[in-house]
Design a protein around this ligand. Structure first.
Ligand SMILES: [Zn+2]
Ligand SMILES: [Zn+2]
Length: 333
């Protein structure tokens, strides 16, 4: 067999073969989800330490299955090549045996002539693994498994659903990374995009995403910690999109008031960001009476269109992070 493949067991007519999977220079190797087909990577040592019967989770879609189902295409190709090598040799051996009785071929009066010669088998090296390199190593705060992802993810490969605060902080980090990324664009490209309103769109999207992050976190925390959450949420709609209602909901359930936990000045800024997002989402950014009620200090008039800036977005992200930590830190009464 080629190096990296060995036969570890034989049972009458079946073989058990072991094919090594080389890890990358960081000591990580790939796993590919059988459901969404996306790849993630796991630290080889951490993986070896797991029990044999471990069930793995896809970090992206949450499909969970036996770990052997998570072979990457390249790992599968390598294993199939090793299996093919074994097959060629088994056929060779079978032919050797079949022809051992009449190795010197004879010409008969009728029929066909068969000649057969044994050839030694020299396996080609198994195909190597050359998958996308990891960008950064993440460590699960619950099971401490080290892994790497290539896109937004929601699950630890071993313990499944990530804590809601981890998901929220990841999403906020992505918003900051997006602002940082466009800040690095070449001047000419940036000018062209700015003229088309791409930056404005991006800042508005950031505000919308922040509301979504807090909504998901608030929902998860409330459902996790309040025993009669279902009853309290019945008929309340998207209550976690509305900051004051969210704060009231927690207060009614006996938790501290978020308005004071994050300090009143920050709370007022958050109220204004949320009001701006509402106007952008539902009124094309045109100021209405409801907005002016939420933002009494505004000098805008009804019908004027809101503008926003990168600096405001960064402030909104920072304030939202404080809010997220406060929501996750609310402890049961
Ligand atoms: Zn998946
Ligand atoms: Zn974990």
């Amino acid at each position: 067999m080629a190096s990296g493949a060995e036969i570890v067991g034989r049972d009458s007519d079946s073989f058990e073969m072991k094919v090594s999977i080389p890890s990358d220079e960081d000591g990580f190797f790939g796993r590919q989800c059988p459901s969404c087909r996306q790849i993630f990577r796991i630290d080889g040592n951490d993986y070896d330490a797991l029990p044999d019967e471990v069930v793995l989770w896809c970090v992206y879609c949450g499909h969970h299955d036996e770990h052997s189902e998570f072979m990457t295409q390249q790992q599968l190709d390598r294993a199939l090549r090793a299996a093919g090598d074994l097959g060629v040799q088994l056929i060779g051996q079978a032919l050797d045996q079949a022809f051992s009785g009449f190795r010197s071929s004879r010409r008969s009066e009728f029929g066909i002539e068969i000649s057969y010669r044994t050839e030694p088998f020299y396996p080609e090296p198994l195909p190597g693994i050359d998958e996308e390199k990891l960008i950064r190593i993440r460590s699960c705060e619950r099971c401490s498994l080290r892994y790497a992802v290539f896109g937004e993810h929601r699950f630890c490969p071993v313990c499944g659903h990530l804590p809601a605060l981890v998901v929220a902080l990841d999403a906020l980090a992505a918003e900051t990374a997006r602002l940082d990324g466009v800040a690095q664009l070449p001047a000419q490209t940036a000018a062209m995009l700015r003229e088309q309103g791409v930056f404005t769109r991006l800042w508005v999207d950031t505000l919308k995403n922040l509301v979504g992050v807090v909504e998901a976190l608030g929902t998860a925390v409330f459902r996790d910690t309040v025993p009669d959450a279902d009853q309290r949420l019945r008929g309340k709609g998207n209550i976690f999109q509305r900051l004051d209602h969210t704060a009231d909901l927690f207060v009614d359930a006996g938790y501290p008031d978020l308005r004071t936990v994050v300090d009143p000045a920050r709370w007022q800024r958050l109220i204004e960001f949320w009001a701006a997002r509402h106007v952008f989402t539902h009124n094309d950014g045109l100021v209405d009476e409801k907005y002016l009620t939420k933002v009494p200090a505004s000098t805008m008039r009804i019908g004027q269109r809101l503008t926003t800036t990168e600096q405001l977005c960064r402030q909104a992200i920072a304030d939202t992070e404080v809010l997220c930590r406060a929501v996750a830190g609310l402890t049961a009464p």
